[in-house]
Design a protein around this ligand. Structure first.
Ligand code: ZN
Ligand code: ZN
Length: 350
């Protein structure tokens, strides 16, 4: 594969010739004349979600943190350390993928996503600066390579990304997009569930509000990569051989195993409302639905039920499932300069 040309005199506005990669694009962004109709509403949805981390008050969280159980404190730090890593590498990797995408409307979404990943990375920084002391903060920022379990799984993701960067061929492109898809669709979720378990106990409300805003964004990123994966398959059926599909499924299984192990490792069966079995079922349930969305068979057919519906009540403002492009956004609103946190609480909770 070749990086797209920036000045491309051979580019044409003929939509029938356009392709997600390797197409004759002019590189000019024209939302009213573009091949992928889903890109404009998705871009606008992302843009409407703009939020400012440091406007969320964290004074109460700072007071509450020392009252958390040692297990909760430990999980809080570990989960943040992983999220910091994920969102930080996304910022750069999205640029690597976008360099090969020849649909300006899709590039716009990828670049918007990269900006939101920057907001997320900043939000974790703001959380750690506001809630914990300097020594703890320094430790959290080293865990990505110092914690053995975390280092191993971080290596797995970055190896997939770097395989494409170092050897940009079609197989590696699909696998890199798939790694993005799994990151957005599986890797965040045991961490999010942990924060929501705290939220259910009315603990760390500022942190939980922030995580809900982040998950709302991640769902748009998931929608972007779902559409990209399906478009790549439609346009390049010859790329998706049975061997490639099997290798994608193998990636899902590995990602699922890593996420379950990680979720169980950070929570140690000691967080109210979460346990090892629930985490196992929940992540496998997600893996099934992620596979279904991009035309792969379910890897865990024995798991048919969502085991923790309450997680979705925290995430309900994210609204991406069935009516992603229709439903009115639950915007984050400011009242007199202060975020109205009540709007971020799950339905039925005051
Ligand atoms: Zn993110
Ligand atoms: Zn994301």
């Amino acid at each position: 594969m070749e990086v797209k040309k920036l000045f491309n005199p051979e580019g044409t506005r003929d939509l029938s010739l356009q392709r997600m990669v390797g197409g004759p694009s002019t590189n000019l962004l024209e939302f009213n004349h573009c091949k992928y109709a889903w890109a404009e509403p998705l871009y606008k949805k992302m843009r409407s979600f703009f939020w400012i981390p440091d406007e969320i008050p964290l004074g109460e969280d700072k007071k509450q943190y020392p009252t958390l159980t040692p297990y909760e404190q430990d999980a809080y730090k570990k989960v943040l350390s992983f999220l910091i890593f994920l969102d930080s590498i996304q910022i750069d990797n999205l640029g690597a993928i976008a360099s090969y995408v020849t649909a300006p409307e899709v590039t716009a979404c990828l670049k918007a996503q990269a900006f939101f990943e920057t907001i997320h990375a900043q939000s974790y920084d703001y959380l750690l600066t506001s809630v914990v002391d300097q020594v703890t903060r320094d430790a959290v920022y080293s865990m990505w390579k110092d914690d053995e379990i975390l280092a191993k799984r971080n290596r797995f993701i970055t190896d997939l990304y770097e395989e494409f960067i170092n050897n940009p061929n079609d197989v590696n492109f699909i696998r890199s997009c798939m790694a993005d898809y799994l990151l957005e669709g599986i890797y965040f979720y045991s961490g999010f569930a942990f924060f929501y378990a705290l939220g259910r106990q009315d603990k760390m409300g500022g942190t939980v509000s922030m995580i809900r805003l982040i998950q709302r964004d991640e769902n748009t990123h998931l929608a972007l990569f779902t559409n990209m994966m399906n478009t790549l398959r439609d346009e390049n059926p010859e790329w998706f051989t049975p061997e490639i599909d099997e290798s994608l499924l193998e990636m899902v299984r590995t990602a699922t195993t890593h996420e379950i192990q990680w979720g169980q490792y950070v929570t140690r069966n000691q967080i109210l409302g979460l346990n090892d079995t629930l985490i196992d079922r929940y992540i496998k349930y997600l893996a099934n639905s992620r596979c279904e969305a991009i035309g792969l068979p379910k890897p865990y057919p024995e798991v048919t039920q969502h085991p923790m519906q309450w997680v979705d009540s925290f995430a309900s403002m994210n609204s991406t499932k069935t009516d992603f492009f229709e439903r009115k956004v639950t915007n984050y609103q400011k009242l007199g300069g202060i975020i109205n946190l009540n709007r971020l609480k799950p339905p039925g909770k005051n």
